[in-house]
Unconditional design. Structure first.
Length: 370
């Protein structure tokens, strides 16, 4: 296994801030590849929900892969799905032979996008869920950790055993990190790709409006209808999981994960999570009203690089998903996009999404062998 001394962080979002600081604090040389290098200092301060402060430093900050990826033993993507393809295409000539390439988010299609671009010999890995709930407080300088995970899980592809990486990141994050047996156990999740669209559909679809007289709290005002939609979508998602070679305990149903028994108890649970307090639906104030921001990542990420991916896998496996289809059709109309036509993957917006068919994966067998 390659000894990792230097790591290229791709992306300057909230996770990029925090993970760069944490890696630096643990003694790794951190090279940051960002589109806005002029806005960054060399020192990063991270405050957390427990009143603690940690500081890290960046060795290199650049918008050029030859100055960041090329001098790193590992590449770690902290970017949304729509940036993966262009980032890996730019990085490909500069990635060191044998250097692992990973992502802190895998539900956005990372594995099949990366395999398609980097080829069969690439060493890929990724996390099942992000290590922190965090926010940037001063771009390029400071960030805030709002919540920690009690444990993390990581998977490699067929070229990359995850045990060594799990040990490495357990030390980095000071949190137990467990190795998964199959990359699909890190890729398939009913977290953001299912949870966010279901909540937005439950929150807004019954109102024939795009602007409201108040801002909505995403979690603290969670209602039973949102829970019902999420449970139905998750039931369809679990039909997919049942037919794949994964450990179902690694991808539990939404009720099990949130320790709930029904829609009402799921609603109570969502409203009670401390790390979710204060998170608002993305809205902009216009003429005394609050208009839904359809350009927000709840839409631009969680649909084409989230729920639509789940739909594409269902199509490959010939599984019907009426509830997921209903959410997608409503969401795409609000986004003024076209992905589904009569519940079929035939829309003109599909080439700009992360669906498996865009990257040469058409069957369950191809998906499992990746």
């Amino acid at each position: 296994m390659l000894k990792i001394k230097s790591i290229c962080i791709c992306g300057g979002g909230s996770l990029g801030h925090v993970i760069a600081a944490v890696l630096s604090r643990k003694g790794y040389v951190v090279n940051l590849w960002t589109g806005h290098p002029g806005k960054w200092g060399r020192e990063i301060t991270v405050n957390d929900c427990n009143g603690q402060t940690l500081k890290g430093s960046l060795h290199t900050v650049s918008n050029r892969p030859e100055e960041t990826a090329a001098v790193s033993d590992m590449i770690l993507l902290c970017i949304p799905g729509f940036m993966i393809k262009q980032t890996l295409c730019a990085a490909k000539p500069y990635i060191r032979q044998g250097a692992p390439v990973g992502s802190v988010v895998c539900s956005n299609g990372f594995f099949w996008i990366a395999r398609h671009i980097l080829g069969d010999t690439a060493r890929l890995f990724g996390f099942q869920r992000v290590p922190y709930i965090c926010r940037t407080t001063d771009y390029g300088k400071c960030a805030m950790i709002k919540g920690y995970k009690s444990k993390l899980k990581i998977s490699g592809d067929r070229n990359t055993p995850a045990d060594h990486l799990a040990g490495m990141f357990s030390q980095v994050f000071e949190t137990p990190v467990y190795a998964l047996n199959h990359y699909l156990e890190a890729t398939l999740t009913n977290s953001n790709p299912l949870l966010h669209p279901a909540r937005i559909f439950g929150m807004l679809s019954r109102e024939n409006a795009d602007a409201f007289d108040k801002e909505f709290l995403f979690y603290e005002e969670w209602d039973d209808y949102s829970s019902e939609v999420l449970i139905r979508c998750d039931s369809e998602f679990q039909q997919i999981i049942e037919k794949l070679p994964v450990n179902r305990e690694e991808i539990p149903g939404i009720l099990h994960y949130y320790e709930s028994a029904d829609a009402a108890s799921l609603t109570r649970k969502m409203r009670s999570i401390t790390a979710f307090k204060g998170i608002k639906m993305s809205m902009t104030q216009q003429n005394g009203m609050y208009a839904v921001d359809y350009s927000n990542r709840y839409f631009t990420e969680d649909i084409p690089f989230g729920l639509l991916i789940i739909k594409s896998i269902a199509v490959a496996m010939k599984i019907e998903t009426p509830c997921i289809d209903g959410v997608l059709l409503w969401m795409q109309n609000k986004m003024q996009k076209e992905y589904l036509i009569a519940s079929r993957l035939q829309g003109k917006g599909l080439p700009d999404s992360g669906i498996i068919q865009n990257f040469g994966v058409y069957t369950a067998e191809q998906l499992c062998a990746l």
